[in-house]
Design a binder for this molecule. Structure first.
Ligand code: SIN
Length: 191
């Protein structure tokens, strides 16, 4: 698969004809919407865990020094908490561009509190995409995040903003919180 998944995503017809679609966000889409939405609600999906296993060459790193951002990895029995947005189909175009570095739209069931559920979509970077970095030690991942930055800013801000947003949602995510704990402190800038 090429590094740009925009075209693959735009060939999806599953939601054609609907005037609104539920989108599940679990990474930057939790704390930085940056797109118009009709409604926003905490939600969760089954069978996935959040992992900093996706390389970022375009937002939080560069082709020479990719950062690491969140994707979802299948795990039986797991629950991944995040934020759901009800969007119009026109919003998908810009989202496909934002998520173009390896993420594919996937149809999934979103759960809300009080056993409400609905079909929606999520962007997932699977292990067969060219930017996938995969597992590494927590120490290695934290060091890589600490050293990377790209057009959207330092990679560490992505991690810290995500950890803060999860805390605000009252979500316990040991993977994210351990990386936050291991992030080396910022070096003081010289006067
Ligand atoms: C998401 O937030 O749902 C996708 C990954 C990202 O953009 O950080």
């Amino acid at each position: 698969m090429s590094l740009d998944t925009t075209r693959i995503n735009q060939s999806m017809t599953h939601f054609d004809g609907q005037d609104a679609i539920w989108l599940f966000g679990y990474g930057s889409l939790i704390w930085k919407a940056g797109f118009p939405y009709l409604e926003r609600r905490p939600a969760y999906i089954h069978g996935w865990v959040r992992r900093f296993w996706q390389g970022s060459h375009d937002h939080r790193g560069t082709p020479e020094a990719p950062g690491r951002v969140a994707t979802l990895v299948r795990q039986a029995g797991a629950i991944c908490h995040g934020m759901a947005y009800r969007i119009t189909p026109e919003t998908l175009g810009p989202l496909d561009v934002r998520e173009k570095n390896g993420y594919l739209r996937l149809v999934t069931e979103l759960h809300f509190e009080k056993s409400e559920r609905i079909e929606g979509l999520v962007y997932i970077a699977t292990e067969d995409n060219a930017a996938f970095l995969g597992d590494a030690s927590y120490h290695h991942i934290a060091q890589q995040i600490a050293g990377a930055k790209g057009p959207s800013g330092p990679n560490r801000d992505y991690l810290l903003n995500l950890a803060a947003a999860l805390r605000e949602l009252d979500v316990e995510d040991p993977h994210v919180f351990e990386l936050e704990r291991l992030l080396p402190p910022l070096k003081p800038t010289k006067e």
